[in-house]
Design a protein around this ligand. Structure first.
Ligand code: PLP
Length: 458
């Protein structure tokens, strides 16, 4: 009575009983066959594996006697669980923290499901048959058009649809851009001394050598960095939270002009300034030097999987060549839906809703911190979905993180973001207030403030 389950079990023909028994145990332990999974009938499995039915029956009975399987006449055989001796590896796995406060994440709980679903229906009704084929490497023209308008309107980006390139997430476009720089003969890229380790790995994989540059209260300081490109978060340095000062913006452009270098502008949360109007994108100062990178992950969700780049026209052919080599095409359907989402201004509404949520959360956190650890302050701009709370030293950072772990709060310290060669003397904890649900935010942020207060006590 097989229910059609397809199993890949490496079973040799020399010792089939032993091999089948081992393969089934391993599949249960590593989770490929979860508890409750119904196994094929012995006849069906024997036929699939090319072994005798009696061998399968014998293995099923042995595993049933040990507690791995259960069977009932007429109901079949299914995975019953782990016998006691097989449990430790799984049982010792720690339960995930109860509250998610790591930086850069937004709460998917408020994803505008009904609006997305309405625009999906619209896209499906309107899309010509040709739009179901492979999307063009530069992205669907409808999305590039509408994004050009959106980025000019909200971020002051100097752009026409021809310079927009669509990617399947920010990491995809970062990787393409770095590989294009490498293909043009570039060797080194400067990165801010604090940032995502994931991004540094993507950059390093392209073959570029990374040099860390300092970040202070005016943002990243390029000074005389020797590199062919620089990767910056000018609107809201990640994760320290400061904007790149007007002088440093000008200096960055001069630096790039003097070396024929490129600036990669990571505008991951440029729309989320709530103390006042955002400063426009750095790209507008030097459209022929800057590759502007943005994402829908913060306003909507990473599951949308669409990001964009605005690139200098002379870099586009190499980017498209790298696109064709990567074998990746961003989902054509999601591009069509996102184009309509932007056109109908649902995207603007989603940004405004999140902006209001983030603002409330940040204010609440500032208040809780003032009550519990009055000597500490959320640093940087009142913007985005995280802030850095600086601490006196690395020991205080470790104490705060240890307390957070005890309270069931997932948090990261500045050390988790530091690039090799970055300043080891600065310490602090990044509070990502974007990802926890509204119902749990007050509790989570109070625990985070308590953890920081613990960091100060010794
Ligand atoms: C600083 C920064 N840049 C870029 C991104 C990329 O966004 P995604 O890969 O989710 O599109 C993130 C997201 O965590 C981020 O925090």
């Amino acid at each position: 009575m097989s229910d059609g389950l397809d199993l890949y079990l490496p079973v040799s023909t020399t010792r089939p009983a032993h091999a089948l028994e081992t393969a089934l145990r391993a599949a249960v332990v590593d989770g490929r066959l979860p508890v409750g999974t119904r196994l094929p009938a012995s006849r069906a499995l024997a036929a699939d594996l090319g072994i005798a039915r009696s061998t399968v029956s014998e293995v099923y009975s042995r595993l049933a006697a040990e507690g791995w399987l259960e069977s009932r006449v007429g109901a079949g055989t299914w995975i019953a669980g782990f016998p006691r001796q097989a449990q430790p590896a799984v049982a010792q796995r720690q339960s995930p923290p109860e509250y998610e406060l790591r930086g850069g994440l937004a709460d998917a709980g408020d994803f505008p499901r009904s609006q997305w679903s309405a625009q999906t229906r619209r896209a499906l009704a309107e899309m010509p048959v040709s739009a179901f084929a492979y999307a063009p490497p530069e992205g669907a023209v409808e999305l590039r058009d509408t994004l050009a308008g959106y980025l000019a309107r909200t971020r002051g980006v100097a752009v026409t649809a021809a310079e927009v390139l669509i990617g399947s997430g920010f990491g995809d476009l970062l990787s393409l851009t770095c590989r294009a720089i490498r293909a043009r003969g570039g060797k080194r890229i400067a990165v801010e001394e604090y940032g995502h380790e994931r991004h540094r790995r993507i950059i390093a994989e392209s073959g570029l050598e990374i040099v860390a540059i300092p970040v202070d209260s005016e943002g990243a300081d390029l000074a005389d960095a020797e590199a062919d490109a620089v990767f910056l978060t000018p609107a809201h340095q990640f994760p320290t939270g400061v904007p790149l000062s007007p002088e440093r913006r000008r200096a960055a452009v001069e630096w790039a002009n003097a070396r024929d270098a490129l600036i990669l502008e990571d505008d991951y949360d440029g729309e989320f300034r709530y103390d006042r109007r955002s400063i426009g994108a750095l790209q507008a100062l030097a459209p022929d030097r800057v590759v502007y990178l943005g994402t829908s992950s913060k306003a909507l969700a990473p599951a949308v999987g669409v990001a964009w780049a605005v690139a200098p026209p002379e870099l586009l052919p190499e980017l498209l060549r790298q696109r064709s080599l990567s074998g990746v095409t961003p989902s054509g359907l999601h591009q069509q839906v996102l184009a309509r989402f932007l056109d109908s201004h649902e995207y603007d509404r989603a940004v405004r809703r999140r902006r209001a949520t983030f603002r409330t959360r940040r204010e609440l956190f500032a208040q809780l911190l003032a009550e519990r650890a009055p000597e500490l302050r959320p640093g940087g701009l009142a913007a985005g979905l995280q802030c850095l709370v600086e601490l006196p030293d690395a020991a205080a950072e470790e104490r705060a993180l240890a307390a957070a772990r005890q309270f069931g709060v997932a948090l990261e310290g500045l050390a988790d973001y530091r690039a090799p060669g970055g300043n080891p003397d600065r310490a602090g904890v990044v509070i990502g207030y974007g990802a926890v649900s509204s119902a749990r935010a007050a509790r989570a942020l109070a625990l985070a403030a308590d953890a920081l207060a613990n960091g100060l006590s010794f």
